[in-house]
Design a protein around this ligand. Structure first.
Ligand code: BV8
Length: 245
């Protein structure tokens, strides 16, 4: 089966943890939504961070350390090739914070939930900055710039937690792309369980725009019945065939 791509097709892609699974990055479902017995929504939330910042920094530091040596796979590369074919008629939105799409060479990328390899201050307006440090257990990284102004503040990973608004400008950028595409929109969701909003609603946005929707996933996702086409399989195997010319 091939994705119907003509000279005026606009392709909006949404990826989730499943596209990084074959690079060796565990998905959220693998952990059954838990990490060391903690409900991921609890650890990946402002409340969880307020309650136990050291636990949350351990959660993210371990995920930073686990990315060492992890490289993009054929699924990521297939999307780089598709972007080269479509140019500004392509937009890739990822829920993943592992940076693998950028590492693969994708350029038109919206990291809607932020990026694990960046940190930011919880208080001052210091811009977020690249930070690959996997902090030792018990160490809470501090801002330093706040210290110059009096009391120092703790840093946080530059990711979007449950209950927080997604990355600024992400939704307007997606909306602009969908409006420009209209009925020429093809929406492709890859490797996502369709449980987290607002990403899980993009299939509905597509239908309202008059576009068609495709899902490539190992299993039927929570919102699979809202897609026009469902391809069950591994992203690294299905995507090259789906994008064949
Ligand atoms: C917001 C970053 C509003 C951190 C993440 C009740 C109803 C509806 C919504 C809500 C509700 N209660 C609360 C909400 C809102 C909430 C939400 O949706 N909750 C859900 C759980 C019900 N959403 C939010 O809070 C969002 N913000 O709504 O803001 C707002 C507005 C203004 C002001 C204030 C607030 C923010 C959500 C972002 C949370 N952060 N990540 C981190 O990573 O630690 S979410 C995190 O979990 C991931 O980013 C990802 O999005 C999600 C996990 O989903 P998937 O990526 O799909 O991964 P999963 O493991 O679940 O599935 C993988 C799939 O791949 C599987 O189906 C598997 O079969 C498949 N697969 C595996 N291998 C392969 C494969 N497929 C293909 N090939 C393979 N090889």
């Amino acid at each position: 089966m091939r994705l119907p791509i003509s000279s005026n097709t606009h392709v909006l892609v949404l990826t989730g943890a499943g596209i990084s699974a074959e690079s060796g990055v565990p998905t959220f479902r693998d952990a059954g939504g838990l990490w060391e017995g903690h409900d991921v929504e609890r650890v990946a939330s402002p409340r969880g961070f307020f309650d136990d910042p050291l636990l949350v920094w351990r959660f993210y530091s371990e995920r930073r350390a686990a990315l060492t040596g992890i490289v993009p796979n054929a699924g990521h590369r297939a999307l780089v090739d598709l972007e080269a074919r479509l140019g500004d008629r392509f937009l890739l939105v990822t829920q993943n914070i592992d940076g693998l799409h950028l590492a693969a060479g994708s350029q038109r990328v919206v990291e809607i939930h932020g990026n694990l390899m960046r940190s930011r201050c919880t208080r001052c307006d210091r811009p977020s900055f690249a930070d690959t440090t996997a902090y030792r257990a018990g160490v809470a990284p501090m801002c330093g710039r706040c210290k110059q102004r009096g009391e120092d503040s703790i840093l946080r990973p530059d990711v979007v937690w449950f209950g927080e608004p997604v990355v600024k400008d992400a939704l307007p950028r997606i909306e602009t792309f969908v409006d420009a595409a209209g009925a020429h929109l093809v929406f492709l969701a890859i490797g996502t369980s369709g449980l987290v909003y607002p990403s899980a609603s993009f299939v509905d946005v597509t239908r309202r725009a008059g576009g068609t929707s495709w899902l490539v996933n190992l299993e039927a996702s929570a919102n699979a019945d809202r897609f026009d086409h469902v391809v069950l399989g591994k992203a690294s195997q299905e995507l090259p065939a789906l994008f064949a010319t």
